[in-house]
Design a protein around this ligand. Sequence first.
Ligand SMILES: [Zn+2]
Length: 229
Amino acid sequence: MIHQQTCVRYVNGQIGYGVYATAPIPKGTIVYVRDPFETEISPDGFGAMEECYREVAQKYSFIDEKGYRVLSWDAAKYVNHCCNFSSISAGYGFEIAVRDIAAGQELTDEYGLFNLEHDMFCCCGSSNCRRIVRSSDVDRYYRRWDQVVIGSLRCVRQVNQPLWPFMDADTKKSLCDYLDGRGRYVSVRQLKPAIATRFTRAAQRFAEVPLPAVVAQHVAIGERCAAAV
Ligand SMILES: [Zn+2]
């Protein structure tokens, strides 16, 4: 579930849609939580889908630490990547604002934590743009991203958290244990599947579609990272 004070806007033909704040969202605000409405697709389930459904799933989902695709039922699926992201996935599974986001500004994310199946060219225009968002970026950047998350978690109890009632009990406990000094910090690296996602033969064939098709797909889903490589 995406933060309630957001809306979807059409950006342009290349990017497609994006998610924008309709009110100020301060640093430390949880902007996305997994909820029971999300569709979870197992690797086998993905492989068994008709190709047209797999295309939709691949467009709009991210892959979680179990290797399952998570397809959001709301606007969360329209959040674009930016190397200078305004929110990021924490190791706990929710996403958190890493700086103050003003009304009218776009919520952006770090796709390097989404377990991408393809590296993607990025043209986000940020001064720190990596140009290519790689599926292996989590191994390279997780320490840096953890520092960003830790800095944002310090603000969690100082700001309104409208998504708090929607967060599952286990996640709340893990977060509160950390904030109260009773539990360890959960690194963003925990979002990477321990075992590589297992593909059925059908899914593997789909993952090997010719590059131009994948390029068009990523443009179509409105990512700032416009193309797979
Ligand atoms: Zn970039």
